[in-house]
Design a protein around this ligand. Sequence first.
Ligand code: KG4
Ligand code: ZN
Length: 343
Amino acid sequence: MTRSYPNRCILALETTCDETAAAIVDEQFKVLGEVVASQDRLHEKYHGVVPEIAARAHLEQILPVIDTALRRAGVTLRDLSGIAVAYTPGLAGSLMIGLTAAKALAVALRLPLLGVNHLHAHIYACKIATGQQIFPCVGMVVSGGHSSIYVCRGAVNFELLGGTIDDAAGEAFDKVAHLLGLPFPGGPFLARLAEEGDPQRFAFPRPFIHEPDRLQFSFSGLKTAVRYTLERIREKGELPSQLVRDVAASFQAAVIDCLVAKAVRAVQMTRLPRLCVGGGVAANRRLRAALNADAEQGGYELIIAPPKLCTDNAVMGGIAIEKLVVGQFDDLSLDIQPGLVRV
Ligand code: KG4
Ligand code: ZN
């Protein structure tokens, strides 16, 4: 049964990569209903996201996902006060499906259209999860497509400080996981394997770690170092399973050292009181522990999005509530911006 909802609420759509997601979030950031339809199984055999397949799957999923989110929230389209959609960055075909659906709903229902930057939303998940004020903060997004550090002064005021010059952290996790024969997306599988490995067994490179003022990451050389190490071991015969675990643990430790070093440095450089972290890789248990240890030592507040809100979801699109309340609406000229944020 549906009821009329007293608070203003928005429908947020997320189709930047390979998750079709919708959420209904009210102006107090209460999540009334949400759905995430994953396409992992469609892309598994290619060991990566195939853009054409992703776009077609979004097209099939978007309306059922919206329907289910509304049903779960117990609201109807008439209860909505705005339509939010992630329009940047991401895969062009994927973004296009979400934006087109959002525009159609906004026109048909005569509602404001609210464009969302997917990376800003990953950081904003920290606010939605805790209900706590997060600005000003240093924000770090570590996901499959991005590893970026921002100064976040407000919901619509993000300044990019640095990012990866090649692969993103999650991309490196997935590629190394593939080298280790793990399923896609390999990040969580690799993390599990690493739990039983020795992180000090292999001294993999930690690029830029001795250049404190350079807020950049580079993970592609690390991935290649893992590849050569595996090839060297395999030349001697079968890969012993303990060695695989040690490679996983040593790789993970190298990524974590780089991420933590740059995040901590950004807090020191900006003198901001808190660090907010989101994106799929932020679900990593060891990374969370390392960030926590440094925050305690450094005396700043740390908020990491809960694991469920780290990977792609539409709840984080609740950042658009901030635009709704100040009347900062987008019009139908809003276009997709697939471009990677790089420095
Ligand atoms: O944020 P997300 O869902 O998608 C993008 O916006 O890219 O992040 C997905 C990425 C994948 O690369 C996945 O392997 C990685 O996050 N990931 C993890 C873990 N859980 C997800 N990486 C390391 N450890 C994890 N526990
Ligand atoms: Zn994401």
